[in-house]
Design a protein. Structure first.
Length: 296
């Protein structure tokens, strides 16, 4: 939920792209923050369609999950080519965002429902596991719940400045009765309390699933920096094979501020999955990029 103004700007850009592509069939051109145009396809996930794109080859497939109410396919445009040099990488627009169709009004809608939409999209599009989930900010909620439901399909989890269930109550207290206190993603009002309960009861223990938590060096939010440091460190406790690393010189949007850290994390995760082994040490993975190891 961090940096609402920047996120909403991304939505405006995505809306322009969607308008330009209205009525286009699959593999229609889309613009992004990167100079090279992206292509996308759409699949039905229950009466509405999600737009996605995949580039590169190999296993496991990296699934990139964007942050809160942001342009999904555009959010990772700056690193897609680098990731695709290692393995296949897919990214998508959640319902109501970018090139995807709006979602019908759904009372009680949660991040777990979005994880189910992702699973339906992957199955319908024929994007086979194993997956490495690469999630930014609010996308961490979806990635964790997806991994909880499909453990046998997930080879690893990378959380970049991920949201945390312990932030839900402080956000509500900070915003009070203001509409800014609502969690609305892609035009759908989230039942964020139900999402928090699901995270606490079902997505707190991933055994030895490889996990990398990337924290920014600079805090870009309205909540307490101490809370942010605590929640990021807590995420690294969700697996016995985990690393927490600080991306130097970076704010919340690490993909834009320090992309080599994100690429190094993905390469290490893919290498571990292919070898059927645990993660290398933090120093081995991030020693050559602008990062500071905090755990692991």
């Amino acid at each position: 939920m961090r940096m609402r103004t920047v996120a909403l700007t991304a939505v405006v850009v995505a809306s322009i792209v969607e308008t330009a592509c209205t009525g286009a069939s699959s593999s229609s051109p889309s613009t992004s923050p990167a100079s090279a145009p992206l292509t996308f396809d759409k699949v039905d996930v229950g009466g509405y369609r999600l737009a996605y794109e995949c580039i590169g080859d190999g296993e496991p497939t990296i699934i990139a999950e964007a942050g809160y109410d942001a342009a999904g396919m555009g959010a990772f445009a700056g690193v897609l080519q680098d990731l695709a040099a290692t393995t296949r990488v897919c990214t998508y627009d959640r319902a109501g965002i970018g090139n995807s169709d709006p979602r019908p009004k759904t009372p009680g809608f949660t991040s777990e429902d979005q994880a189910d939409e992702l699973q339906t999209m992957l199955a319908t599009a024929g994007i086979q596991p194993p997956y490495v989930l690469l999630a930014h900010s609010y996308g961490g909620f979806i990635a964790r719940l997806f991994a909880a439901d499909h453990r046998d399909e997930v080879a690893g989890l990378i959380l970049i400045e991920s949201s945390h269930e312990d932030e839900i109550a402080p956000y509500r207290q900070y915003y009070g009765s203001s509409p800014d206190g609502d969690w609305v993603d892609g035009g759908s009002l989230l039942d964020i309390d139900a999402t928090g309960r699901a995270l606490r009861t079902r997505a707190r223990d991933f055994d030895a699933m490889p996990l990398i938590v990337i924290r920014a060096e600079r805090y870009d939010d309205v909540l307490s920096p101490a809370l942010w440091r605590r929640t990021q460190a807590d995420l690294a406790t969700l697996s016995s094979d985990s690393i927490e690393v600080e991306a130097l010189g970076s704010g919340h949007f690490v993909v834009d501020d320090n992309p080599p850290v994100v690429v190094s994390a993905a390469e290490a995760m893919v290498e571990a999955a292919r070898a059927g082994a645990g993660l290398a040490s933090c120093a081995e993975i991030f020693g050559a990029v602008g990062a500071r190891c905090l755990q692991g």
